[in-house]
Write a protein that binds this ligand. Structure first.
Ligand SMILES: *[C@@H]1O[C@H](CO)[C@@H](O)[C@H](O)[C@H]1NC(C)=O
Ligand SMILES: *[C@@H]1O[C@H](CO)[C@@H](O)[C@H](O)[C@H]1NC(C)=O
Length: 243
């Protein structure tokens, strides 16, 4: 095993309806991460316990649907999962585990969390060494999940939305090229209407950005799919982290 002074970290951001437990229980990531000496960090997907009126009326808005942004609409002012993942959580981890190298981490996620991993890394060049995503929402400003979430949390002014859209961010990205690995299932029921990986692929191609986007035949949106390709993703990050 490589001898690093500081331990390496991979963040994993979960999707709609998930808590921090889905990944821990179902993705099968721990064995390989342990072999490689990588710490996994898997936060929850929204604030909880605030009892905001209507927060659990929808499975794609409110609880478990933080969308990794900082809300602007007053009612949802506590929905600040962007700031949580970028600032509060790393600082908290660093205090508890000073032997982890949080300045050189990697990030991955699934669906809404894939959107989170892509946007958070592209908005903070240098913070992460590599990005990967399972079935990410690649262009949320143009799809129903994104319209609902961004309209609800950010308001009707669509000029506020682009800063949380991976495709829009990649178009204007000029930071260091962080390699991206994406896997999406051909039988994913959300593929055409919500995920649209081809839109991000097109921008990457135009910019000659290092994106590897793979379509996996016969797989759907579930954790069976994630567990199947998890080792590939961890190896991809391990390489970028110098392990
Ligand atoms: C990232 O790792 C390099 C060594 O590979 C180290 O010099 C640098 O300080 C680290 N960056 C941060 C922000 O910790
Ligand atoms: C997704 O595919 C798995 C088999 O890989 C199957 O067991 C599961 O029921 C499918 N999930 C949905 C929601 O269709």
């Amino acid at each position: 095993m490589a001898c690093h002074l500081l331990g390496q970290v991979i963040f994993y951001l979960s999707g709609l309806t998930c808590t921090d437990e889905n990944f821990i229980n179902k993705a099968g990531a721990q064995r390989l991460a342990s072999e490689l000496g990588i710490a996994l960090v898997a936060p929850d997907t929204s604030p909880r316990g605030l009892n905001v009126e209507g927060e659990s009326d929808n499975w794609d808005f409110g609880l478990s649907a933080g969308f990794y942004l900082n809300a602007k609409v007053e009612k949802w002012k506590n929905w600040r999962m962007y700031e949580y993942v970028v600032e509060e959580l790393p600082a908290l981890i660093q205090r508890s585990f000073p032997n982890l190298d949080l300045g050189n981490a990697s990030i991955m996620g699934h669906s809404m969390g894939g959107h989170g991993a892509l946007t958070i890394a592209l908005k903070n060049p240098g913070m992460f060494k590599s990005i990967s995503a399972f079935a990410p929402i690649c262009n949320p400003t143009q799809v129903p999940w994104g319209h609902k979430a961004f309209g609800g949390y950010l308001g009707d002014d669509q000029s506020e939305w682009a800063q949380y859209d991976a495709t829009e961010l990649l178009k204007t990205y000029s930071g260091v090229s962080i390699p991206i690995l994406m896997d999406t299932g051909t039988d994913d029921p959300f593929l055409e209407k919500q995920l649209t990986p081809w839109v991000l692929e097109k921008v990457a191609q135009e910019k000659q950005y290092p994106l590897t986007s793979r379509m996996q035949t016969g797989y759907n949106h579930s954790y069976f799919f994630i567990a199947t390709f998890m080792a590939d993703h961890i190896q991809f990050h391990a390489k970028a982290l110098g392990l």
